[in-house]
Every structure is written in structure tokens, then in C-alpha cells.
Design a protein around this ligand. Structure first.
Ligand SMILES: *Cc1c(COP(=O)(O)O)cnc(C)c1O
Length: 375
């Protein structure tokens, strides 16, 4: 089945009560037992599960080609659940070029709790091999990475992880299942901040884990999800499920605009560097072609002269782009990224991160043109 069709089919709720075409929102926190004390639909208490979350979780698994989907109250809650499934003394391999808060989570929360980790450039297989320890249990990858759009070879890294007895988990937020399915390349776990392209309208916070296999890890993560309680509300699940229905169209359109914007920026004299996996100048363009499909994503970043003040000046002069953090909504956003990351982050001072929205391409380029002229 084609993705557009799948996205509509898996999110359809079959309402036995009123034959509603769109999904009702089940706000009830608790579910009635029958005379024998059984739960007729399997729902007990909303932290454990509810019809809206169930529908979302099944949709997540279907879209990623996985077996089990788990929804969380935020992307960070999803990452935390995965780290909590490890034990003190276990070792995680990750990259300094991934989402900054994921690194902070390791440093500020999980290291004091006993987890060990190494920051390695995961685009370099040899470096990763060298970082492996007998206690390595998880490769935590992100590709394309936020905000420099470095790529990691999913097949090579999954193979390496499995050869040392570790799990391979991938933050697939930027690519979405529309452009990349890490499980197809051997990953065991896929994570999403559903706040971004899944929700798609900058109005709901959510996170997800999708597992390739059912089994021990799935049981453990369900337990963590329920016991630590970082779950989304039924309304949040409803919004994210609705977002899924248009995600294939949105992401394809955003990718189709991002490529010509990246190409245009690359020729602009005020722009020093453009980071976009769809550019033939991207050092890992071949990997992008091998593991991404339907386009290279709606996210790009570029560097201007003059460091952070230079980047701030450009962001401030834009009129169609909104200067704000986050990504994946219908509106184009831009931010001088260094503001949001600590002094230890490898992000260049003059870097502007762009989330391409659904406005007309010509208007976006014209806006960038006037802002860069005045910069
Ligand atoms: C936003 C984001 C996260 C964190 O998700 P929240 O929903 O904000 O908790 C994780 N990874 C990436 C790549 C993100 O862009």
C-alpha cells in the first residue's frame, strides 16, 4: 500500500457506537468492568492505555514497519524511557552532533544514575568500533542530525551494534517515516518527537518509540511507560493521529521546497555553508540517496558571516519566516541555533536552522533574498 493511503487507513477508528467517521476523543480516565469483572475492550485506566492512544500506537508501528508502537508525552519522555530500560553500568554510544537535549539528558540525569556513555562521530565507523566496550548496550543514533544534518549509515551501524550485542536505536524525527524507515536497515528501535512532523501544526507535544520486534524490550518499555507515567493525553493522541493523515503530503511538499532553497542559498555570496543531505555537495549525499526516499527532508541549516550577531540579524529581517524554535509545522521557522545550545555544543555560531513550511517556494526564497541583502 502507498504511504498516503496507509496513513489514512491506519488512523481510521471503527466506531461501533455511533459510526462516526472521524475518531471520537475518549476523555474517560477509567473503564467499566462487566458483571464478571472483565474489561470488555481491554482498557482499564488511561495511563495504561485508552482508545486514542491505542490507535496512535498501532499507526506509529505501521508507518515505521515495526511491530510495537509506544506513545509518550514528549520526545524527551520517549528517549528517557529507552535509557531507563538500560541498567546502571551499561554503556551507550552516541554522537555530539545529535539533538542537544538528548546529550544533556545523558549528562544531567542518566550519568548520575549510573549510565555510561561515549560521544563519537557516528558517521565514522572506525571511531565507533574503537568506542565499543564490553558493557556497550545501546547505539543512540540520529540521522539526519539536528542541526548540522550529518548522516549516519544505518545499515553499517545496525550491523556493528548487533555484532557487539548492543541495540541500535535511531531518532528519526527529522526524516519521518515518509523519508526513512530505520527498521528496514536493521535498527531495533525508532524514536520520534511527534511534536514535529507527526503533529505537523506546532500545537501538540508528543513522543514515540517503535520497536522492530515484540519481546522482552517491548514488555519492559510498556512497563516503564505505565509506571513512570510520561504518557500523552487522549486529546494529544487524537491531534497526532490526525496529523499523520496529512504527513506524507506535507513532508513531501516540504522536502520539495527545501531542496531548491538549499541550492539557492548555496549560490548566495552572503552564505558561507549550507547543510542539506539533498545537495550533491553534502559529504554524505550517497548515504542520503541510499537510505532516504521521497526527498531529503524539510530541514536545512546554513551559516552566515558575523557569527551569532550575523545570524540574529538575518533571522530578525525575515518576514515570511517566523523566528522561533521547533520544526515540522506548516509555517516556516528559523532560528540562530546557538542560542538554544550550550557553549559546549559543536554548532557554529553563525548557523541558522530552517524548518521549511508549506508556504509557496517563491515567497520563501524572496524573503531570504531580502533578509540576506539587508544583512
Ligand atoms: C524536538 C526533538 C526532540 C525532542 O522532542 P520533544 O517532543 O521536544 O520532547 C528529540 N529529537 C529531535 C531530533 C528533535 O527535533
Amino acid at each position: 500500500m502507498n504511504l498516503e493511503t496507509l496513513a489514512i487507513q491506519v488512523t481510521r477508528f471503527h466506531d461501533a457506537n455511533a459510526s462516526a467517521v472521524t475518531t471520537p476523543i475518549y476523555l474517560s480516565t477509567t473503564y467499566e468492568r462487566d458483571a464478571e469483572g472483565n474489561l470488555p475492550h481491554g482498557f482499564l485506566y488511561t495511563r495504561g492505555n485508552n482508545p486514542n492512544r491505542d490507535l496512535l500506537e498501532k499507526s506509529l508501528a505501521a508507518l515505521e514497519g515495526g511491530t510495537v508502537g509506544l506513545a509518550f508525552g514528549s520526545g524527551m519522555a520517549a528517549i528517557s524511557a529507552l535509557f531507563q530500560a538500560l541498567k546502571p553500568g551499561d554503556h551507550v554510544i552516541t554522537t555530539p552532533f545529535a539533538y542537544y537535549a538528548a546529550q544533556r539528558l545523558l549528562v544531567d540525569v542518566f550519568e548520575p544514575w549510573g549510565l555510561e556513555f561515549s560521544l563519537v562521530d557516528t558517521s565514522n565507523l572506525e571511531e565507533v568500533e574503537k568506542a565499543v566496550r564490553p558493557t556497550t548496550k545501546l547505539f543512540w543514533l540520529e540521522t539526519p542530525s539536528n542541526p548540522l544534518l550529518y548522516l549516519t549509515d544505518l545499515q553499517a551501524l545496525s550491523q556493528l551494534a548487533h555484532s557487539v550485542g548492543a541495540l541500535c536505536a535511531v531518532d528519526n524525527t527529522w526524516a519521518t517515516p515518509v523519508l526513512q524507515n530505520p527498521i528496514a536497515f536493521g535498527a531495533d528501535v525508532v524514536m520520534h518527537s511527534t511534536t514535529k512532523y507527526f503533529g505537523g501544526h506546532s500545537d501538540v507535544l508528543g513522543g514515540a518509540l517503535v520497536l522492530a520486534q515484540d519481546g522482552e524490550l517491548a514488555v519492559r518499555l510498556r512497563q516503564i511507560q505505565n509506571l513512570t507515567g510520561g504518557v500523552p493525553s487522549p486529546f494529544d493522541c487524537w491531534l497526532i493521529t490526525r496529523g499523520i493523515q496529512t504527513m506524507p503530503l506535507r513532508v513531501k511538499a516540504q522536502s520539495a521546497s527545501a531542496l531548491p532553497i538549499a541550492q539557492w542559498l548555496e549560490t548566495h555570496p552572503a552564505v558561507e555553508r549550507v547543510h542539506y543531505p539533498g545537495l550533491t555537495s553534502h559529504p554524505q549525499h550517497e548515504i542520503a540517496k541510499a537510505q532516504m526516499k521521497n526527498g531529503f527532508g524539510g530541514m536545512l541549516s546554513f551559516e552566515v558571516r558575523g557569527g551569532l550577531p550575523g545570524a540574529k540579524k538575518v533571522a530578525g529581517a525575515l518576514k515570511v519566516f517566523t523566528q522561533a524554535t521547533s520544526l515540522g509545522g506548516v509555517e516556516s521557522l528559523i532560528e540562530p541555533r546557538k542560542i538554544y545550545e550550550g557553549p559546549d555544543s559543536p554548532t557554529p555560531d553563525g548557523l541558522l536552522r530552517v524548518s521549511v513550511g508549506l508556504e509557496h517556494l517563491d515567497d520563501l526564497i524572496a524573503d531570504l533574498d531580502q533578509a540576506l541583502k539587508n544583512a
